[in-house]
Write a protein that binds this ligand. Structure first.
Ligand SMILES: Nc1ncnc2c1ncn2[C@@H]1O[C@H](COP(=O)(O)OP(=O)(O)OP(=O)(O)O)[C@@H](O)[C@H]1O
Ligand SMILES: [Mg+2]
Length: 353
């Protein structure tokens, strides 16, 4: 390995917030040290803390690992340019941005595609309509939904410098504060992140955000019950969780996985309840009709089985999907589907009193 070889690899590491210029072009590669079977790259950040620091460190590391001979030890260090405030490199994420948040609630499911993001976004909007102060962090690094579901795609949250620290300001729309990795990274970039990098980027997205005073901070968890989830539940001071499921019997096993993730020894967080999504189908032209496509009362049976309350039932209706697709959550409306989310929000808020 030669220094210029490593330098060439680093041309692949692009900064998504700087017109996709790479770290070499941006003059961020301060030093490349090559040992017998090791590479150490030092990235220089300017005085202002870069909200994507952790992302760039991860991408740099991944790029070198991909290109270097197998077994090479790879290290990425950081330094701050513009000497002035001497800061220690790396991130020192605390929990102070969460200090004024009353309830941090994970919205989880055992499997994907059950409508977790749809429920999270609409629940956030419904809680805001009830007068609560609400934030939502989209913790799905590989498939963020919030920018699309709120029609804030392509926007970029601001960051402010406060003494030694830089904090990210959440997006605000529909009376809710939103944050998503989707504002910073393109999906194809996130896909190359390995577990630990994804976890770090996620934590930064939650702990470095100026949430301010909130009654509820909802965390839209990624699908499944893997390492990312365990790390999230461990590092973010969640009060407990809400589980989303569809009513089929086959979904039972998945609900169990979701429940166990929080009831696990060492985690021991309460489950506030189950949301049965797609509980019945109502055709747009016959709003009074209910068709139980997946059977009736599946959600109720699940909730009973795990000893958790059934917080709400949300029908399958076209307007919910359309609301997700065009960024105008159904919960903004006073149609029956909008009111179903309001009822859910009331019940959740009540159960946390
Ligand atoms: N109650 C509903 N009525 C109609 N469509 C719905 C409903 N719930 C979810 N959908 C649609 O189903 C699809 C999947 O929903 P969503 O993205 O919320 O699921 P998810 O559980 O977050 O998925 P993932 O596991 O990929 O994160 C979306 O197109 C959404 O609009
Ligand atoms: Mg989702």
């Amino acid at each position: 390995m030669k220094e210029n070889e490593v330098n060439k690899w680093l041309l692949e590491v692009e900064h998504p917030a700087k017109g996709d210029k790479n770290v070499v072009e941006l003059g961020m590669v301060e030093k490349i040290e090559i040992g017998e079977d090791s590479v150490c790259v030092t990235l220089a950040f300017s005085k202002h803390r870069d909200p994507l620091a952790e992302y760039l460190i991860g991408s740099t590391k991944a790029t070198i690992i991909r290109n270097a001979p197998a077994g090479t030890k790879v290290e990425v260090k950081t330094t701050i340019k513009d000497e002035a405030p001497k800061k220690k490199p790396g991130l020192d994420l605390g929990e102070e941005e969460l200090a004024n948040v009353k309830h941090i609630i994970g919205i989880a499911s055992g499997k994907g595609g059950v409508g977790k993001s749809t429920v999270s976004v609409n629940l956030a909007v419904a809680l805001a309509r009830l007068g609560y102060k609400v934030g939502l962090a989209d913790a799905d690094v590989y498939g963020p939904s919030v920018p699309k579901m709120t029609a804030t795609e392509g926007e970029m949250p601001d960051a402010i410098q406060e003494g030694e620290k830089e904090v990210i300001l959440p997006m605000e729309k529909y009376g809710v504060k939103w944050m998503s990795i989707g504002y910073f990274a393109r999906p194809e970039q996130a896909l190359i992140w390995r577990g630990p990098m994804a976890c770090n980027a996620l934590k930064q997205m939650i702990l470095q955000v100026r949430w301010g005073e909130l009654d509820f901070l909802l965390i839209d968890m990624p699908p499944g019950t893997g390492d990312i989830h365990i790390s999230l539940v461990h590092d973010i001071p969640m009060k407990g969780a809400v589980i989303v499921s569809t009513p089929q019997d086959v979904a039972l096993a998945d609900v169990e996985k979701g429940v166990n993730m929080f009831r696990n020894e060492g985690v021991n967080k309460p489950i506030f309840g189950l949301v049965e999504n797609m509980a019945w189908f109502t055709p747009a032209e016959h709003p009074e009709e209910k068709y139980y496509l997946f059977g009736k009362d599946g959600g109720l049976r699940m909730a009973e089985k795990y000893g958790i309350p059934l917080l709400g039932q949300i029908p399958i209706v076209q307007s919910i999907r359309e609301g997700g697709d065009n960024g105008e959550p159904a919960a903004l409306s006073s149609r029956p589907d909008g009111l179903a989310f309001i009822a859910l929000a009331e019940k959740l808020a009540e159960s946390l009193k």
